[in-house]
Design a protein around this ligand. Structure first.
Ligand code: CS2
Length: 494
């Protein structure tokens, strides 16, 4: 009979020997980093690198304080607090091995919506040197049709008028920087960890658009003082399941919200920081002067590859990414998409062989112990596809490259948004901020094949391109006649 030990600071020394625990003195740690959006990915990636760094160095300045802006963040905040901010990272290898490691780098958590003043004080505190973000691709309040900050969002309007009690990210950052400037405290770095090309530049552009409207003088100071490093982030991190929690109990650890992930991890960062940083390069992160080729490679191959499998696979009735890869048709299709549509428009990446990179991706996708659910992949497709897949189609159209594999994915997305079922008629659980609009446009497809594409904030001006609309009409009409996605995939593969 295994004794299960609740995870907390006091119990660390009693955990089974196979579980790696932090050896550094967590009581001495200051929170030099405030991280907004403590989801699974932050916990498998930045918090993991920082834990490694703290284990190797004598540093006491680089603990992490988590911060939640939305009610949905309360649960993780409460659980972390109950466990002295500790949690287990379960690294799952393809051969069945599993490493369990308790991560100690998070040392505090603040629910910003409970007390916005306290939250901006925390951000403005001189110990806070970096504010990092995983607020999802949709969190940047960017309108793909205009390429600009979306001022029509009611929360933005609220924040503009209530600078000291903000609700959204740009209101919090602006107010915190106002406080720092007034107190003569150096600006923090704002470090995006989201899957957006030039995520730092995007954050800068959005923050400055907001700040200029609210306080033009402050905006000038922000533009001059705050660094926004661009970065490529990578580690596949599925949603934690009840099974994961009970698997960990079998090992002897009771953790209310562990995180599972693959062994692979990568973080490539532009070395541009306003106020110091941990030496993450000592634990595997790579600092470069220009991250562009790396981020393009990752977003256009990995994230887009996920979306290709996610949408086609959902309609076909697959449930997970590894399930798709075990199906030779899907494995071939995604690789052909990568080789024939995504790769030809990528830049050369120093020191990386793209063929190897893609083969490794297919292996990573196929890891049978990472049960990455297609529902997670398809979540918020309206903010993912404009960044992951649509630019590949647009660039290929401009250069005369192939588009058929990617176009079928958009047709499948239309069917998915319209009908919300797979080919067996089972309901698909669609989670998307734009779910209603997507449905509204997609549902007119039977009378107007191009209707879905009229959603300009997602598709931009793709609908103007005849080569594209022809291919799209063919795919969508065929799919609506017979939801046999397999037949269409086979036909395109030739
Ligand atoms: C996924 C990513 O959200 C998605 O659709 O492609 O979460 C992906 O797993 C990570 O970016 C991997 O680094």
């Amino acid at each position: 009979m295994i004794t299960t030990i609740p995870l907390n600071q006091e119990n660390l020394s009693n955990l089974p020997e196979s579980v790696v625990v932090p050896k550094y003195d967590r009581n001495q740690l200051q929170a030099g980093i405030v991280h907004i959006g403590v989801g699974g990915f932050h916990r498998s990636h930045e918090a993991f690198y920082t834990d490694e760094f703290l284990s190797l160095s004598q540093s006491t300045e680089w603990g992490i304080c988590g911060m939640g802006l939305r009610e949905a963040d309360r649960k993780i905040g409460d659980i972390l607090k109950q466990q002295d901010y500790l949690y287990t990272l379960m690294v799952k290898h393809p051969d069945g091995r599993q490493e369990n490691r308790v991560i100690g780098s998070i040392v505090d958590f603040v629910m910003a919506c409970d007390d916005p003043h306290a939250a901006t004080d925390k951000l403005a505190h001189e110990q806070t040197k970096i504010v990092s973000l995983t607020i999802t691709e949709g969190g940047y309040n960017f309108n793909a049709a205009t390429n600009e900050f979306d001022f029509s969002n009611p929360d933005v309007q609220y924040d503009l008028e209530h600078p000291d009690t903000p609700k959204m990210i740009f209101g919090f950052l602006t107010e915190a920087l106002r406080k720092r400037r007034a107190a003569g405290i150096p600006a923090f770095t704002i470090q995006s960890c989201d899957n957006i090309q030039h995520n730092g530049d995007m954050t800068r552009k959005m923050l400055l658009a907001f700040a200029e409207k609210q306080d033009p003088e402050l905006a000038k100071w922000i533009a001059a003082e705050v660094c926004f490093p661009n970065a490529m982030v990578d580690r596949i991190t599925p949603v934690t399941t009840l099974q994961d929690i009970s698997d960990l109990e079998e090992v002897g650890v009771q953790d209310l919200w562990p995180v599972t992930c693959e062994p692979f991890t990568q973080w490539i960062i532009e070395d541009s920081f306003s106020n110091g940083r941990p030496a993450w390069e000592t634990v595997g992160a790579q600092f470069v002067t220009d991250v562009t080729p790396y981020e393009l490679m990752k977003i256009r191959l990995l994230n887009a590859g996920h979306s290709v499998l996610g949408l086609l696979g959902s309609i076909h009735g697959h449930e997970t990414i590894d399930g798709c890869i075990a199906d030779p048709l899907f494995a071939t299709y995604v690789r052909r998409f990568m080789d024939e549509e995504a790769t030809p428009i990528l830049q050369h990446v120093d020191g990386i062989d793209l063929d190897d990179y893609k083969s490794t991706l297919i292996e990573r996708f196929g890891n049978p112990n990472i049960k990455d659910n297609l529902a997670r992949i398809c979540l918020e497709s309206s903010s993912k596809l404009p960044k992951f897949l649509i630019p590949t189609i647009a660039e290929n159209l401009a250069k005369g490259g192939g588009i058929k594999f990617a176009t079928l994915v958009l047709a499948a997305w239309c069917y998915y948004s319209d009908k919300g079922i797979n080919k067996f008629g089972d309901t698909l659980d669609i989670v998307d901020e734009m779910k209603d609009e997507l449905h509204q446009f997609a549902s007119k497809t039977e009378s107007d094949s191009l209707s879905f594409l009229k959603l300009e904030s997602v598709f931009g001006d793709l609908i103007q391109n005849e080569a594209f609309t022809q291919q799209y009409c063919y795919s969508v009409q065929t799919l609506y006649q017979n939801v046999d996605i397999e037949a269409q995939m086979n036909e395109l593969l030739g």
